[in-house]
Each structure stands twice: as C-alpha cells, then as structure tokens.
Write a protein that binds this ligand. Structure first.
Ligand SMILES: N[C@@H](CCC(=O)N[C@@H](CS)C(=O)NCC(=O)O)C(=O)O
Length: 241
C-alpha cells in the first residue's frame, strides 16, 4: 500500500491526490500538520529532506516533489496514461510543470495568511526562532517569518496576483488546439495547473475566470472539475466558511 503524506489545503498535495485518483490507485493518507511544523520534524525530514509536503512512500521508498511523483506514478502504473507519447509534447508537459512549480511562492502569499498565519502570529519570539532553525530552506524560513510577524502588503499581494493571472494568460494561449494544455489529451500538465486555478478561482482573482477574460481556461476548468477524479481528490474549500 502506498502512503501519501499530504495536507488537504496544500496545492502540491492536491496535485498528487488528483493524479492518484485519475489512476484509480489506493493509498493510505497521512495528514501532516503544517501549523505544528510536523513537516520539519527529524522523522519527516528523513522522508522529504526539503521539509515540504507532499511525500509519497511506495515499496518502502520515499519520493518527494509533486511533479516528480506524478511522473513516477505514470511510469509505474501506465494505465490510464497521463502523459503524451511524443517526446516534444512530453517536454512541453514538463515545462508546464516547471513553470507552475515556480509560481508556488505567489500562492503562499495568499494561502498562508489564513490558517497558518493565525497560529504563527501567536508564537513567542523564542518559539519562532526555534521553529525557523528547523526549516531547511532560507526561502521558506522567510515565508514563515512573514506569516508570523510581517504580513504581506497589499502591493505584494497585487504583484503575486498579477503573476498568477499571467499563468491564466499562458493557459488561454495553449488551450487553443485541443482543450487541454499539451497535445491532444488531459495530462499531468493539466493536473499541475488544477490546484492553482482552484485558488485563483475561489479567492485570488475570480474575476479573471470569466467567459469574457479567459474563456478557454473557464471551459477547461469546468471540464476538469467534471472528471470523477476531481471529486475524489477532495480539493475542498480553502477557507472555512
Ligand atoms: N515543489 C514542491 C513544493 C511543495 C510545497 O511547497 N509544499 C507546501 C504546501 S503546498 C509546503 O509544504 N509548505 C510548508 C512549508 O513550506 O513549510 C512540490 O511540488 O512538491
């Protein structure tokens, strides 16, 4: 049985859950408590040395990076295929994944101000310093510091939103021929974009997801959400009502 260490609201985890659901693969889910910094514990760092979620364990071997995990799953469990056959289109798919991965910092600016910032702002300076020491990357140390003490400004949020809207622009252009991002069929590129588009649609820039602004992306999103795997992957609402 595969084990997935994940978070319900984590976009990278949602990506892997969607891929597992598309493949019809059963797994045991372990929810990682990010507010408790469980992902920076020595036990978790042995599974994912980057100290982020998700991580997949298959045949007793751990694997990190959601894009890598999805490609691994497609190789280990080829049916149904989630990658194009042609090498050029496969390369295009990887570039989509790489581009989307590079945008995660812009999502963090919106995502962490909800649940995580609430908890982190209550830590004492000493508690905060202790927690920061366990975070493997400088970039994420900074993100936690910002969550705890220096909320992102409106200007920073506007800049992050603009970069995420550029993702929609790029998608709009790419969706022209087939209705999916790469080649003729749904692929891991679409799976990678889905959690980002979910957050853009529900909070970050819903006005950009209209028929008027990004008609192909809007239609793509409707099509993607209609897939049975989407419901199984349980993206849920990000912010509790
Ligand atoms: N490139 C990584 C990004 C993983 C990532 O940033 N995960 C976030 C949740 S979506 C996380 O663990 N954040 C907690 C932290 O940085 O402390 C992947 O795709 O797996």
């Amino acid at each position: 049985m595969m084990i997935l260490h994940h978070g319900w609201r984590s976009s990278a985890s949602r990506r892997v859950r969607l891929c597992l659901a598309e493949k019809g693969l059963a797994y045991e889910g372990h929810v990682v408590d990010m507010a408790a910094m469980e992902h920076h514990s020595p036990e978790y760092l042995r599974i994912n040395p980057l100290g982020v979620i998700p991580a997949l364990i298959h045949d007793d071997r751990p694997l990190h990076e959601s894009g890598t995990i999805c490609e691994y799953l497609d190789e280990a469990f080829p049916a149904p295929p989630l990658r194009p056959d042609a090498p050029y289109e496969r390369a295009e798919m990887r570039n989509w994944i790489r581009h989307i991965d590079g945008l995660i910092g812009n999502l963090i600016i919106f995502n962490w101000r909800h649940h995580l910032a609430k908890t982190a702002s209550q830590w004492s300076d000493q508690e905060l310093a202790e927690k920061l020491k366990n975070i493997p990357s400088k970039e994420r140390q900074e993100a936690w510091l910002r969550a705890a003490r220096k909320p992102y400004t409106e200007e920073e949020r506007d800049a992050a939103r603009a970069k995420l809207v550029v993702l929609l622009d790029k998608m709009e252009e790419a969706l022209k021929p087939s209705g999916w991002l790469v080649g003729k069929a749904y692929s891991i590129a679409d799976i990678a974009a889905a959690p980002f588009v979910k957050r853009i649609d529900e909070e970050i820039a819903p006005d950009e997801m209209t028929e008027k602004k990004h008609p192909r992306v809007a239609a793509w999103w409707t099509r993607l959400q209609a897939r049975p795997a989407y419901a199984q992957a349980n993206f849920g609402p990000f912010v509790d009502s």
